[in-house]
Each structure stands twice: as C-alpha cells, then as structure tokens.
Design a protein around this ligand. Structure first.
Ligand code: PRP
Ligand code: URA
Length: 210
C-alpha cells in the first residue's frame, strides 16, 4: 500500500483505542480525535515547502522560514468537521472548503449535497479531512470534485482506513497519499469498518440511535 502513511506513535495508538471503545462518551471521543488530528497535521506538514525570509530578533537579523504555498483544508461533511479545529489551530492561515457527501446506507454510494471551495486550488496543498475511509466512494468523489476545480497537490487526513478504501483510492487517484492513524481488517456486510469505531459522525455528535 504505497499510498498509505500510517502514524506510528504510542500516543496515537492509545487515542485510537479511546475512539474504538464504545463506552467512550462524546466529550472524550472529541478530545482523542482532536489529539490525533494534531498529529496528522504535523505529519502532513512535513510535505510543505518553505521559503526563507529575514527577521529581526531583539539582538540581530537572522533567517526565518514561512510556508511558501497556500493550504486548503476540505472537511467532508459531516464527520470531517470533527477534525477541522485541530487542523486550523496548527495551520491558522489555511483556507477552508466544504464538501457535503453522505453515504447511501443501502447502496453504499456517496450522495453529494454541498460544495464550496476557495479559489486558487491549483497552487495549494489541499488536505481532505474525513475520519473514515471505508469503501472509498466518498473520498474518491471528493477528489474528483477538487481536481475538476483545478487541485493538483492533494492528500487525505484520516483516522481509520479499510483496505478496500485504500485500494480504491490507489486505483482512482494514484497521486494522492492517505495519512491515517489505523489500518483496519476489512469492511463488514453493512460496509462498516471492522473493528473500526462505528459511525464516526454519530459518535462525535451524539446522534447514535439507542
Ligand atoms: C462516513 C464518513 C465518510 C464515509 C466513508 O460519512 O465520514 O464520509 O462515511 O464511507 P465510504 O468510504 O464507504 O464512502 P457518512 O456517510 O456516514 O455521513 P456523516 O459524516 O454525515 O455521518
Ligand atoms: N462510515 C463510518 O462512519 N464508519 C464506518 O465504519 C464506515 C463508514
């Protein structure tokens, strides 16, 4: 899986365990998800380009660095919104697009309902945010949309992946790398990632049916 970058970090592993545990309440679920999102932002930022510029310290001039290209964050509604605050804290100058996609739970195909993305996607590093990569249908449709609007340099930030989704993205978008906190075993007969964490949006927003 050449397109997959798995975060290998004890803190991330313990936070993934908190997310998986069905006894974890929303508040602690959101905090663990936020901590993993910080780690993903740092890992992805290793691919950013920088340029030098001169700054005055209180003592003398020295060379400093700034990111030399725009960064655009694109959360996939709704669950992707759970990652945005951590990414914006790490990347305060980023612009934010939104893509509304919902998986039809009978066909497992994505149904789109909202698109709004910033200008100049062609010169930006575009980071798609979605905690779950299951069949890969939603992410693939999101990347189609972003490429139609000019995006060229794309990555995905994700919490839990299934091999089926990783393989679909490798076929549909071989130029895109996926940064994830866990690679799980497979999809079950309902298209859920197992062992997984259940429905990420419902866990994060407290909309689980009891
Ligand atoms: C989830 C998840 C992804 C999608 C992944 O969203 O956040 O967007 O499913 O599944 P796929 O890889 O098979 O397409 P969902 O459709 O449950 O919508 P929600 O975020 O509104 O809960
Ligand atoms: N979407 C989720 O939220 N969870 C899964 O396991 C699969 C798709």
């Amino acid at each position: 899986m050449k397109n997959l970058i798995l975060l290998d970090n004890p803190l991330v592993r313990t936070d993934v365990t908190i997310l998986r545990d069905k006894a974890t309440m929303e508040h602690f679920f959101r905090l663990a998800l936020k901590r993993i999102s910080y780690a993903l932002a740092i890992e992805i930022s290793k691919t950013f380009r920088t340029e030098e510029y001169e700054v005055d310290t209180p003592l003398e001039k020295t060379n400093g660095y700034r990111i030399s290209h725009p960064v655009v964050l694109v959360p996939v509604l709704r669950a992707g919104l759970s990652m945005i605050s951590a990414f914006l804290e790490m990347l305060p100058e980023a612009k934010v697009g939104h893509i509304g996609l919902q998986r039809d739970e009978s066909t497992l195909k994505p149904v789109d309902y909202y698109y709004k993305t910033p200008q100049n996607l062609d010169v930006a590093k575009v980071i798609l945010l979605d905690p779950m990569l299951a069949t890969g249908g939603s992410a693939s449709a999101a990347f189609d949309h972003l490429k139609e609007r000019g995006a060229k340099d794309l990555v995905m930030a994700n919490l839990i992946t299934a091999p089926e989704g990783v393989n679909k993205l490798a076929r549909d978008h071989p130029d895109v790398n996926i940064y994830t906190a866990a690679l799980d075993r497979e999809l079950n007969e309902n298209g859920y990632i197992v062992p997984g964490l259940g429905d990420a949006g419902d866990r994060n927003y407290g909309t689980l049916k009891v």
